[in-house]
Design a binder for this molecule. Structure first.
Ligand SMILES: C[S@@+](CC[C@H](N)C(=O)[O-])C[C@H]1O[C@@H](n2cnc3c(N)ncnc32)[C@H](O)[C@@H]1O
Length: 273
């Protein structure tokens, strides 16, 4: 993992580790502080599979974006986009079409600040700092409206973010609320942590991970295939191969399918009817 000379900021509480910045650390990024690294190192000790899951998740995101581009999608709304790292959505999309439009959304100040810096001078990509539990704020935000035409198909990405939304905050209803604003032919992608297909050792790792995140700014909620599948049943049809373990979704690297972390996450993409 890389260490960081990244400067502390006045809008960041340096006494509480951030899930966004710990994820950056797991992906070998440099936008994290000592409090995040200490937390992430503790997570690594009790749940050593986490960086492997983070990389499988990132790889799923890349394949989803490519799939959507192949389907003719040129507008992306990436909810819980995280701290920009390797293979960001606008980089993949604008390589195929320099005028592809991307709006990132994250409420974490470092993710927001770093994305703003990275996107300065890019007329077709932007970031909105907002909580995804407030869909109207995001969908009606001037930057979203400037870049995304909701009368046309959009790819809405909820990759690695709904695991931070509690049952009390109604992830199913949240997905449905966003879906209702999407034109037919849009795609909605979800990835989520899971453990039901894992053996006892990996299940224990996930249980310890959930416990550890109780000390972070975000709590983690593990869900079943059945839970997540239910989020797609309202106005969407799952594209092949359905909701599957992350490396099994339209794989392009068969080595990933042999990863020991394979059962620790599901991914799927729904096509809006
Ligand atoms: C694990 S990272 C995923 C990043 C990226 N989507 C990926 O899959 O590589 C989760 C991100 O979701 C953000 N997040 C969590 N809950 C959120 C919320 N309610 N509103 C906005 N962002 C949120 C965190 O700040 C973090 O940056």
């Amino acid at each position: 993992m890389s260490s960081s000379s990244f400067e502390p900021r006045s809008d960041v509480d340096l006494s509480v580790p951030s899930a966004a910045r710990a994820y950056d650390y797991f992906l070998d990024g440099a936008h994290n502080f000592a409090v995040d690294r200490a937390f992430a190192d503790q997570v690594l000790r009790i749940a050593p599979s986490v960086p492997a899951v983070a990389k499988l998740n990132r790889s799923f995101l890349r394949r989803v974006v490519k799939f959507c581009l192949d389907q003719g999608i040129r507008q992306f709304l990436d909810l819980g986009s995280g701290i920009p790292t390797v293979g960001n959505v606008h980089e993949i999309a604008q390589q195929v079409d320099p005028a592809a439009r991307v709006v990132y959304v994250d409420y974490e100040p470092v993710a927001y600040a770093h994305a703003r810096q990275l996107l300065a001078g890019n007329p077709f990509a932007s970031i909105v700092q907002a909580d995804i539990r407030n869909p109207d704020t995001i969908l009606d935000h001037p930057e979203t409206r400037r870049l995304i035409d909701f009368s046309q198909p959009v790819a809405l990405l909820m990759v690695g973010v709904l695991l931070f939304i509690s049952d009390d905050d109604g992830p199913r209803e949240l997905v449905a609320t966003y879906r209702r604003r999407l034109a037919p032919g849009s795609f909605l992608a979800i990835s989520h942590i899971a453990s039901e297909q894992a053996g006892p050792a990996l299940q224990a790792e996930v249980a310890r991970l959930v416990e550890a995140y109780a000390a972070a700014d975000e709590h983690v909620y593990v869900r079943t295939h059945r839970d997540i599948l239910g989020w797609f049943d309202d106005g969407m049809t799952l594209v092949e191969p359905g909701l599957v373990c992350l490396p099994d979704w339209r794989p392009d690297d068969h080595l990933e399918q042999q990863s020991a972390a394979r059962p620790l996450g599901y991914g799927g993409v729904g096509r809006v009817d």
